[in-house]
Design a protein around this ligand. Sequence first.
Ligand SMILES: Cc1cn([C@H]2C[C@H](O)[C@@H](COP(=O)(O)OP(=O)(O)O[C@H]3O[C@@H](C)C(=O)[C@@H](O)[C@H]3O)O2)c(=O)[nH]c1=O
Length: 178
Amino acid sequence: MELQETNLEGCFILHPKTFRDKRGSLTKIYHQDIFKGLGLDLSFKEEYFSVSTKGVLRGLHFQTPPMQHSKCVTCVAGSIYDVVVDLRKKSPTYADHFSLILDSKEPKMLLVPEGFAHGFVALEDNSVFLNRSTTVYSPECDAGIRWDSCGIQWPDMDLIISDKDSLMPSFKNYDSPF
Ligand SMILES: Cc1cn([C@H]2C[C@H](O)[C@@H](COP(=O)(O)OP(=O)(O)O[C@H]3O[C@@H](C)C(=O)[C@@H](O)[C@H]3O)O2)c(=O)[nH]c1=O
């Protein structure tokens, strides 16, 4: 596993090892000791996946204290345009974002630390997003900011957005707790 820094401190791209043979491939996306060796001593508490049609935008989401979490996200089928926004008020990159394409052909993960909002757009039908978090889901602490309020250049396509996400506060009207 290789760790690649991004423009946002504490947010990393992880390049897992993929074994390929005539049957297909096998990719190891989590190994506790390897993560520890990379300085990622995280205790993951929950994991889930979602399936999205092309054009579905989910985000920008995070959990507020005391249920804030780090997470490790990837795409195991199809492809997604994945984005994080730094909500840490004291960070030199506060309000900045980072984006990358995650897909199953060349597996990568994004390590999203506490204090970041996260979202993505599915670039293909049946894109499968996999999320592992260091706290469990808390409806009370489930929060977000509007996808189009952070200066992100989203892919130019017809977007499908939930009512919940459409009604999120804008970045400038949100008082970040981080
Ligand atoms: C995220 C989540 C949702 N749910 C429920 C709540 C709701 O009824 C249904 C769908 O929830 P949402 O609309 O919030 O799902 P979704 O928009 O896919 O939420 C996800 O978006 C991406 C961008 C993230 O970064 C994730 O952390 C998560 O917030 O699933 C859980 O029970 N547990 C969970 O962990």
